[in-house]
Design a binder for this molecule. Structure first.
Ligand code: SAM
Length: 249
């Protein structure tokens, strides 16, 4: 099928999807899920422009070719953006939250540019598991919508103790902030200055009920942890996460 080579200069209205198929300039049949979405939800016609991105192969614009009643083939036109190298990873460490608050946390932290999501079981975690597939779908949706070129990595749920033990005294070139409510700590926004060659920034917040004393002790006794305050007001966990990220990304 012949394709026009005319590419409009602005694509911000062009639908954008994360794909797992390699993008090497060759046409490919889109998944059933994407084909359904493009044809029956967005109601795109044959030859419509679509953008797709792949975590290694960058973002491409192309045209759809509709096949039969269900199929869609993506014909690449142009590489719009290559994947940049990430020089600093931002890790958000948090307790699982109730559904709506968790959704909010995932969506907004992905929009803000978090690179790693570490769900951690804490003594006062009310929600004690995560729906990993659901969270991954939210990560993808927020990445598509916010023009990200990569996906935040969702790590397995582990206990706070196990996670801290795995930090083995803090890695070189990383910095680890823990937001401790109701403690006399330096303010995060005063502490975060010129992190220079730091490659990994960790930000830990507690559950809705806050950290238990034993957890506070664990954090205070970890030499690499910098305890910080987020101000005089006590913020909900998801607000605390976004407040912190806005100073760290
Ligand atoms: N229920 C706890 C209380 O009343 O003390 C509050 C917990 S808060 C909803 C959840 C988490 O957000 C805390 O464990 C902490 O990590 C972070 N947080 C909220 N406000 C904070 C503040 N002003 N300073 C430092 N951390 C804060």
């Amino acid at each position: 099928m012949g394709m026009t080579q005319i590419v409009p200069s602005s694509y911000h209205q062009t639908p954008r999807l994360y794909v797992e198929e390699p993008l090497n300039g060759a046409p490919f049949a889109m998944s059933e899920h994407h084909s359904h979405y493009l044809r029956h939800v967005l109601r795109l016609q044959d030859q419509a422009l679509v953008r797709v991105f792949h975590v290694k192969d960058g973002e491409w614009v192309g045209r759809l070719e509709t096949i039969g009643k269900k199929g869609v083939v993506f014909h690449p036109l142009e590489l719009l953006r290559a994947v940049p190298t990430i020089d600093r990873r931002i890790h958000l460490c948090f307790s699982p939250l109730k559904k709506d608050r968790m959704d909010f946390l995932i969506e907004k932290s992905v929009e803000l540019g978090v690179s790693d999501l570490h769900p951690l079981l804490m003594r006062r975690s009310v929600v004690r598991d995560i729906k990993a597939d659901r969270l991954r779908a939210q990560i993808i949706e927020a990445s598509e919508q916010s023009e990200r070129l990569n996906l935040a990595q969702l790590h397995d749920l582990v206990s706070l103790e196990k996670f801290m033990a795995g930090q083995v005294g803090g890695q070189q070139d990383s910095v680890f902030y823990a937001a401790l409510e109701r403690h006399d700590c330096a303010s995060l926004k005063d502490v975060v200055v010129g992190e220079g060659a730091v490659t990994d920034v960790y930000f830990l917040i507690g559950p809705e009920g806050g950290f238990e004393d034993s957890e506070v002790l664990l954090l205070q006794n970890s030499s690499f942890v910098r305890a910080v305050s987020l101000g005089e007001r006590i913020l909900r966990a998801e607000t605390a996460a976004l407040f912190g990220l806005s100073h760290l990304v």
